[in-house]
Design a protein around this ligand. Structure first.
Ligand code: SF4
Length: 442
């Protein structure tokens, strides 16, 4: 009989701040994006599922859809091994579930961004930890589990030559999903980012910057189309259009299919008219761009090349160029940089209004494990006591700001959220979206 292996994804954003939670119930733009994030499947687990040998019987579930007595029910279904992937904000719940599963006699494997940055912490809660990329080590992990002789940690950095991000690699097991439960499916075309912003773990914890071969992306896209003929796809990339030549090939490929799609990019996209024209024809609905701050001083030095600071004065022009091509921009701002004082709140609102953005996301600076920001705040003894990992939601404050009190930043952030997502401003941004659609038809 085959051994049974269950993949469990711990997705979603859970805000802790009661003031924001109350607001979140009524703020349309804020709620919409949170819902989208919560409803994305874990591409990491689907990718590992594709690399699982045939002598395993596998299934995929979302944690939030498991019954209350999850561990017993998983055991009763005959699963002997559970692989869990989680972000920092849900790692405490993940550890709790891992303890229940292990008590029920189930072997637990943990992986993902948080675990990769904190392998020793995670090892105390799991039988096996996968650190870094899962693909290079996954088959070895499962072989060792079958033999009953496995290591506590398998690190992708211990594997000399990666066998993934190459043509012919297995396609993520999208067929394990019920597409009716998701409003978007994820496809990864690049991994990592060369900019290395101080607050960003994605750029360094899992992988250096890599591009997937275009024929491989085509195979993965076609696998999605088999379960959802006209899908909405979110590229699970950190920064898609770094290499413009490759990006034009990517966009040409996406144009061949009846899809709508969304991705994250840096602002350099605005400087490539050929790419923008191709994007407009490809079904690209929106690009999310990290503008980071209204305050140029706060952007200075956040990436290792000071790249973002050099582009700050051109934001308005760049956003107009992108949106003139019919592609809406979701501009992201972070509050709480060391250069920010209380003037950052009105200046952010003014900046949002003047940039003419179709959508906006504002979050609090968060010192995720694996980032140079966290290292700095630890050295300066500025992490707030009592703020466990479940406060690392991007909407809850976890450190002492440099030029404001904790209360000032908290209250200023809530007030900025209220104003940014007021009915009037949301209505105005919807009119910008409509204008973008008109631009697209021109
Ligand atoms: S540009 Fe974006 S993805 Fe790249 S390092 Fe900065 S925050 Fe991370």
């Amino acid at each position: 009989m085959k051994s049974r292996l269950l993949f469990v994804a711990m997705s979603g954003v859970r805000v802790r701040d009661p003031g924001l939670l109350a607001l979140g119930l009524t703020l349309p733009g804020f709620v919409e994006r949170s819902k989208v994030i919560a409803s994305l499947p874990s591409l990491g687990l689907l990718t590992l599922a594709a690399r699982t040998p045939d002598d395993w019987d596998i299934a995929y579930r979302e944690y939030d859809e498991l019954p209350e007595n999850a561990a017993e029910s998983i055991r009763d279904e005959g699963f002997g091994v559970v692989a869990l992937s989680s972000l920092t904000a849900r790692i405490t719940e993940t550890y709790r579930l891992a303890a229940e599963l292990r008590a029920a006699g189930i072997l637990v494997i943990l992986g993902g961004l948080h675990v990769s940055a904190m392998p020793e912490e995670a090892a105390a809660h799991a039988d096996i930890v996968v650190q870094g990329e899962g693909e290079p080590v996954w088959e070895t992990v499962l072989r060792d589990v079958k033999r009953g002789n496995y290591l506590p940690v398998y690190a992708s950095t211990d594997v000399p030559s990666p066998t993934h991000f190459t043509p012919g690699q297995p396609v993520p097991r999208y067929d394990l999903l019920d597409p009716s439960r998701y409003n978007r499916l994820t496809l990864q075309t690049t991994r990592g980012c060369p900019l290395h912003c101080s607050f960003c773990a994605a750029s360094r914890t899992i992988s250096p910057y890599r591009k997937k071969p275009i024929p491989q992306i085509r195979r993965e896209l076609e696998a999605i189309l088999e379960i959802w003929p006209e899908p909405f796809i979110e590229l699970a990339d950190d920064n898609t259009f770094v290499d413009k030549r490759w990006s034009r090939e990517l966009v040409a490929l996406l144009s061949d299919y009846p899809i709508r799609w969304f991705t994250e990019s840096d602002i350099s996209l605005a400087g490539d008219p050929a790419l923008l024209e191709a994007l407009a024809r490809s079904g690209c609905a929106q690009v999310l761009i990290g503008l980071e701050s209204a305050n140029p001083g706060s952007v200075r030095g956040i990436d290792t090349r000071n790249w973002k600071h050099l582009r700050h004065s051109g934001y308005r022009e760049s956003i107009r160029t992108i949106q003139d091509h019919g592609i809406t921009v979701n501009g992201c701002f972070i509050l709480g940089f060391d250069h920010d004082d209380a003037s950052i709140f009105p200046s952010t609102l003014e900046c949002i209004d003047s940039l003419g953005l179709a959508e906006v996301q504002i979050t609090l600076l968060t010192p995720f494990p694996g980032t140079s920001l966290r290292q700095q705040l630890v050295e300066e003894n500025r992490l707030l006591p009592g703020k466990g990992w479940d406060h690392y939601t991007l909407f809850d404050l976890t450190f002492r700001p440099a030029r404001m009190s904790v209360d000032e930043l908290h209250e200023g952030f809530r007030s900025l959220m209220r104003q940014t997502y007021s009915e009037e401003r949301v209505r105005h941004r919807k009119s910008i979206v409509r204008q973008c659609l008109k631009n697209l038809r021109k």
